[in-house]
Design a protein around this ligand. Sequence first.
Ligand SMILES: Cc1cc2nc3c(=O)[nH]c(=O)nc-3n(C[C@H](O)[C@H](O)[C@H](O)COP(=O)(O)OP(=O)(O)OC[C@H]3O[C@@H](n4cnc5c(N)ncnc54)[C@H](O)[C@@H]3O)c2cc1C
Length: 622
Amino acid sequence: MRQIDFQQKSNKTGKNLLSAEETKRLGLDRPITRRDFIKVITVGAASLMVPGCSGLTPDPTFDLNSPPNPTSPSGNVYFGGNTEDARSVCHQVRDGRHFSRGAESTGEIYDLVVIGAGLGGLTSAYFYNQERPGEKILLLDNHVDFGGDAQRNELTVKGQRIIVTQGCDYQWEIDSEYRAVKKLWADLDIDLSSIEFVPEAYQDHMFINDEWIRDFWETGYNSASSPWSKKVQDDYDAFWEIMGSFKWSPWPKAKASLAELDKISFKEWMEDVNGWDPQLTHLIDMWVRSDYGAGADTLSTACAFWNYSGGGESDNYKWPGGMSGFARYLVNALIPVALNGRDIITGEIDYNALDRSENNIRIRLESTVVDVNHERSAENAKNVLVNFINGGKLYRLRAKSVIMAGGGYMAKHIVTDLPQEQKEAYDKFHYSAYMVANVWINNSRALDKLNFGYSGGIWNPRIANYVTIADGITEEGNDPNRDPERPNCITLWCPQLPDPEFEGDYEEQTKRARAKLNSTSFEDFEILIRQELLDVFGDAGFDPAEDIEGIAINRWGHAEVICYPGFAFGSGSSDEPTPGVPIYDAGQRFGRITFAHTDLNGFADNQGTTRISHRAVKELLD
Ligand SMILES: Cc1cc2nc3c(=O)[nH]c(=O)nc-3n(C[C@H](O)[C@H](O)[C@H](O)COP(=O)(O)OP(=O)(O)OC[C@H]3O[C@@H](n4cnc5c(N)ncnc54)[C@H](O)[C@@H]3O)c2cc1C
């Protein structure tokens, strides 16, 4: 039940008017561990302001401005979302500042430089090294840890170390169709059975009309406690019937259907074509936002079919700390001394070992690449010049080849000799904003009382439309028998929420959502987080003032690319995009540079990222 209606308690200036009693009830005055790495920007538009928070006791552990310690990211040190340094330099580049003049040469020359050490960059380096062992590779990344949005947050509560993801959480499937993906997982020798997600873990409850309905997607929607009318329940059944019966062969026929479906949004298809109730769209929209960061009103129906028409069932794999585990497997294969035999998931990384001159493969963190261009023309150049900022200083090095693995939002700005048409193709990429909040709790008694399992949706969220529990996903592995007395972590998934004023307008929606993400203070997010948890778990005894031990906020300004109608498929095309489709036009090899970031897959997932990385390496070596 909504126990404090915060939204109604703000005045016209957006200033929060929580009383001292309410502040105490939420536990805002309690010193806990708080982590965030973005200084908040003030934006002019009043409509973008989230009520401010006044009167909070400054917390001695609040780490907003102090730099993290890159040599020791274990223990109670967090890295959260985009960092302030990375963001501010990148935005200067976006705004047209040129950085290459006056760069000090490091004297280095590499066979390959990979820009970005997220899963795309690490996988590209791995594939390249498989083909050309012994060649020199450098990965440059602007974060304090490798992994991109698959980095981790961790905190030790009551002696128990709990590791959770900052973003990328599961491997959704390892599809035999994509041989490179299957081979990669086999080569890395990952024991899938130990990380397979047990079906009981998916109970997907729904908090709707102030109560939790169990297993809403499978059995709850038409149970006695469902708030849905018979019509909506029938619409839901019809939805799955269509999704389940879509024929993928013969391929030319499927392709023609997809071309038609790519002309309209998923919401239009559901409501205008099928006449289904908007409540059904609301439910599917929650799912779409989890996967794409933005809603059904912006998603191409072809893209939705591509992902959901298999029936929604797939094998899922997850480590403690989500896909940071996969990043660690890759780093262990590329630079074995970094873990030196320690446990891949829980072992301490020797960050000093990542960038040693004796390594053939090196990872240089906290290095923001600001300018990449061919030395002479792209056709004749023997080298690419790579300029980057590290420790406030501008450096330059040379690479025989470059793979851009940091996202189209930056590739178009920093590859300064990129042809205009390719830049324009990248201009058609739009990204959702996403916040992932991890909240460590010292017990999970309330969740136990609700028999909560693993995850649940929130029908009318303040901020998070989905919550998951680290559950038994702890250092020891999967343990469905959660001990309610043991500390745990709740992850609040906060994609951009519906923006009815700009329905279907992905450009405006993403701009506004990003501005809100960047302008909301930690304190304001903390209030919303605490209230959300009180709303949904308060009746079962959750006490935000006593139960919360730490909060980390991860802000992803360019989280997931929006697969809007025409973005990835295009009229008459298929999963193999053709000229004229943005992902095709943007992803073309340019001279000695290829492109390997997840958005070129049209859908941000790791399987697609692997495919794109494989292609980028192949293009370089062909
Ligand atoms: C909140 C969230 C949840 C997700 N959950 C899942 C999931 O559960 N499963 C799944 O398969 N996928 C998930 N994804 C999709 C995920 O993004 C991809 O699977 C994949 O991790 C992306 O890898 P990437 O290397 O292309 O991009 P990123 O992870 O974004 O890595 C790019 C790296 O390049 C760096 N970089 C950018 N510009 C520069 C520069 N100029 N100089 C130096 N470095 C630079 C970035 O800082 C970053 O570290 C999720 C995404 C988000 C945002």
